[in-house]
Every structure is written in structure tokens, then in C-alpha cells.
Write a protein that binds this ligand. Structure first.
Ligand code: ADP
Length: 172
């Protein structure tokens, strides 16, 4: 892998919103690359996504926080309002999303156009997944974990540990 550029000395703020239930290495890769481009990156954990949650909002935020601690220009937060409203509240210039496959595109396209309709001042920016993370999703990680399959290569250490604890509680 090429050597990383130092964090940029600029005032551009990016919001990276998602469910992060839980955070995995595909997300971490996007966060790391965004932190090379933006002066400040807010990883924004959505409080009430339209899906059944495995981890509470506080747990999801804490797992993000400890996993991004090495990047001083990255922050973890939660929000419960519309993403564009939260982005405006936090003075974000762009909303970052990751793209894995063409199957992500339709939904992300619709979402980006709706967000622009709601607030045309905030740009949507897409970062393509890295090849080694293209197959990764939170849903698959949870499923593997529930069946006791190894997930240490797919998620940060703290997330693997949290998944293990959660599984033991559910099993026991
Ligand atoms: P959502 O926000 O749709 O509930 P997630 O929390 O899983 O979904 O993901 C947040 C963002 O990260 C989304 O833009 C999603 O496309 C992106 N993402 C998810 N998995 C990957 C991956 N393996 N590589 C790159 N980006 C990803």
C-alpha cells in the first residue's frame, strides 16, 4: 500500500452517516480515506434506521469512537433528525457515502438527489470501496458472528469483542 498523505490542513467538514450496526473494515477504510481529504470528518451514527438494530446507539457510537481514535480529525457522534439537517447543524460541506457495487447505486442516487432537493448547499461525495472490502456488510458480519465464524479480519478488534460478548449473552 502507498504511504498515506498527512491529514489535510483545510477547513472542509465531511459527514459520513450510516447505521454502523456494527462498524466494519469497509467503513473504516472509507473513514480513513475521507480523513485524508477533509479537515474534519464526523462519523454520524443514525439513531433510528428503518431496520432491526443489533447494537444500541450508544454502543454503535462507542465502537466507532474507539476504532477511529488514531485519527485526530475524526469524530463519532449520533443524530436522530434528517441527515441533511444534521449536516447543516454541524456545518458540513459534504455528505460522504461508500459504494460497494452497482446494486448500491440506485438507492444512493435517489438518496443523494433527495438530499440535494432538501439542501442544495451540501454536496454528496461517493468513495468507491477498496477491492478487499467489496464483499463486506454489517448484515453479513452479524450473521457470521452468530454462527461463530471468524470475523477478526473483517472488523476492528473492539467490534469483534463486542460481537463475541453479544453472542455469548444471546447463547447463554
Ligand atoms: P446504511 O447507512 O445504509 O444503513 P451502513 O451503516 O452499513 O448502511 O453503511 C454506511 C455507509 O457505508 C453507506 O454509504 C454504505 O454504502 C457504506 N458501506 C457499507 N459497506 C461498505 C463497504 N464494504 N465498503 C465501502 N462502503 C461501505
Amino acid at each position: 500500500m502507498s504511504e498515506r498523505r498527512p491529514s489535510p490542513n483545510n477547513e472542509l467538514v465531511a459527514l459520513y452517516p450510516g447505521s454502523f450496526d456494527p462498524l466494519h473494515n469497509g467503513h473504516v477504510d472509507i473513514i480513513h480515506r475521507a480523513s485524508d481529504l477533509f479537515g474534519h470528518v464526523i462519523v454520524a451514527v443514525y439513531d433510528k434506521p428503518d431496520k432491526r438494530l443489533y447494537f444500541t446507539t450508544a454502543e454503535r457510537v462507542e465502537l466507532v469512537r474507539e476504532s477511529v481514535a488514531q485519527w485526530t480529525n475524526v469524530e463519532a457522534a449520533s443524530y436522530a433528525n434528517l441527515t441533511v439537517d444534521y449536516a447543516r447543524d454541524r456545518s458540513a460541506h459534504a455528505i460522504i457515502r461508500g459504494l460497494r457495487a452497482t446494486s448500491d447505486f440506485d438507492f444512493e442516487f435517489q438518496l443523494a438527489l433527495m438530499n440535494r432537493h432538501l439542501n442544495e448547499d451540501i454536496e454528496a461525495l461517493f468513495l468507491m470501496t477498496s477491492l478487499e472490502h467489496a464483499h463486506l456488510s454489517s448484515t453479513l458480519v452479524k450473521e457470521l458472528s452468530q454462527h461463530g465464524a471468524p470475523i477478526e479480519d473483517l472488523v476492528p478488534a473492539g467490534v469483534a469483542e463486542a460481537l463475541r460478548r453479544k453472542r455469548e449473552r444471546t447463547d447463554g
